[in-house]
Design a protein around this ligand. Structure first.
Ligand code: UDP
Length: 454
């Protein structure tokens, strides 16, 4: 009897936590369907993933091999400079990726050559490398479909005089891509919310080259599902939703997770805890950090707060006496197993920065949201949550741009008392579950994808 070799896929993610995590989950799902994976991180992130894995005494399964290539930055440079990082990656990484693929394919005895590259659509150059080597190509979109629809619309927006060829705004009135989609404020275009002018330009250029490169992909999948953003899949018909992807946190963490918070959650009453987390990139200034701490205290509720080591600029001490006053009612951790936390029955709501993964993870567990967007696509995600799906509330900053402790308390109390939002959240959880269950739309799309790339 001959044993069929596993098709070998090379997977490469944009080097931030919110991109690596869903692609790693997708890789695990593909291993379950008979694939072998080489998962490529930047060298910098590879070290973090390996360190966090060993901290959790975890290991990768036999069919996922972790590989790495340099990103072009010096070891001590700040990887949160996404514009600079993207520019350098585009210059340096294609050559390394090509060499990696050639090495694997030349050293292989023939039955396990890389036959397909699955690239984050934000790493379009990887699709170009695969094309050059005549290897099949698939792309993964890790954010909302609506964001992709807007980005693909860039040439038309330039033609219509809404933006300039460098991405800067020429008109400020609201635009609507299709009658079924919400009107968008052009000031919220993702590249305009990415930092200083140089960063905005770098990110805009990256988007333009990615738009070109994704046309090389034979398959294009995303972490969403049809009911979440129905008109998008008519507008971008080759984009197939296969979400929600949110099974387990223990996949590719950049920080060692503190799972003691799960034991603490076990001891709290059902639906009593506010889970507070701002993803991997958000930075709060010290005044806002203090106000948040005091707001959580003032709310009188139990809370679990992820205070990443780099959540604040400069000193990350809590306001005077805060820890003593909240005592065992509040738990702070450096990094949580977020998906397990959101699945925990003690969690009542999710105070989030509205990153797409956090959004998908929260709604898949039926948890209502308190929205505190920071940058990039998070503002659009917030309007999805609050205005379209109506499963959360936003905060109103005061005249100094600060979200005050009183505002935090008020919104926490309103959300916890809002039965309609809770009901809609639970309904959303059911829709999400159905999509990935046998026969669901995302399930079928995933099956087609598997058959296509095999
Ligand atoms: N996350 C986690 N533990 C934490 C905070 C975040 O595992 O304490 C994970 C979260 O589950 C999500 C990812 O980090 O999968 C963050 O991605 P998201 O798109 O929400 O935000 P980003 O970090 O890209 O801003």
């Amino acid at each position: 009897m001959t044993i069929m070799a596993r098709p070998h896929l090379l997977v490469i993610a944009y080097p931030t936590q919110g991109h690596v995590m869903p692609l790693m989950e997708l890789s695990h799902n593909l291993v379950d369907r008979g694939f072998k994976i080489t998962f490529v991180n930047t060298e910098f992130n590879h070290k973090r993933v390996v360190a966090a894995l060993s901290n959790n005494n975890a290991d990768y399964e036999e069919f996922i091999h972790l590989a790495s290539i340099p990103d072009g930055m010096e070891p001590e440079e700040d990887r949160n400079q996404l514009g600079k990082l993207s520019d350098l990656m585009e210059n340096v990484m294609p050559e390394h990726l090509e060499e990696l693929i050639k090495n694997i394919n030349e050293s292989d005895n023939g039955d396990s050559k890389i036959t397909c590259v699955l690239a984050d659509a934000n790493m379009g150059w990887a699709l170009e490398v695969a094309d050059k080597l005549s290897i099949r190509r698939a792309a993964f979109w890790p954010a909302s479909g609506v964001l992709l629809a807007v980005l693909l619309h860039i040439p038309k927006m330039i033609e219509d005089g809404i933006i300039d060829t460098d991405g800067s705004l020429k008109k400020t009135e609201m635009i609507q891509l299709s009658p079924e989609m919400p009107a968008m404020n052009p000031a919220h275009f993702v590249w305009l919310l990415m930092g200083d002018l140089d960063t905005q330009k770098s990110i805009f250029n990256l988007i333009v080259s990615n738009n070109r490169a994704v046309k090389l992909a034979d398959y294009f999948v995303c972490n969403s599902f049809p009911e979440l953003e129905p008109s998008v899949f008519t507008l971008v018909p080759n984009l197939q939703p296969i979400g929600p992807l949110c099974a387990s946190s223990r996949l590719a963490q950049f920080w060692p997770e503190d799972s003691t918070c799960l034991n603490w959650l076990d001891q709290q009453p059902a639906h009593s805890v506010i889970y507070v987390a701002f993803g991997s990139l958000t930075i709060l200034d010290k005044r806002q950090f203090d106000e948040l701490a005091l707001g959580l205290e003032l709310s009188g509720q139990r809370f679990l707060w992820v205070v990443r080591p780099d959540l604040t600029e400069g000193t990350d001490t809590y306001p005077d006496g805060f820890e003593e006053r909240v005592g065992s009612r509040g738990q702070m951790v450096g990094w949580a197993p977020q998906r397990e936390v959101l699945a925990h029955p003690s969690v009542a709501c999710f105070l989030t920065h509205c990153g797409w993964n956090s959004t998908i993870e929260g709604l898949s567990h039926g948890v209502p949201f308190l929205c505190w967007p920071y940058f990039a696509d998070q503002i659009v995600n917030k309007s999805y949550i609050c205005d379209l799906w109506k499963i959360g509330l936003g905060f109103n900053p005061d005249e100094n741009g600060l979200i005050s402790k009183e505002e935090i308390k008020t919104k926490v109390i309103s959300l916890l008392g809002d039965e309609e939002i809770k009901e809609r959240s639970l309904n959303m959880k059911e829709i999400a579950k159905k999509n990935v269950s046998n026969g669901g739309a995302s399930f079928k799309n995933f099956e087609d994808f598997v058959q296509g790339i095999k």
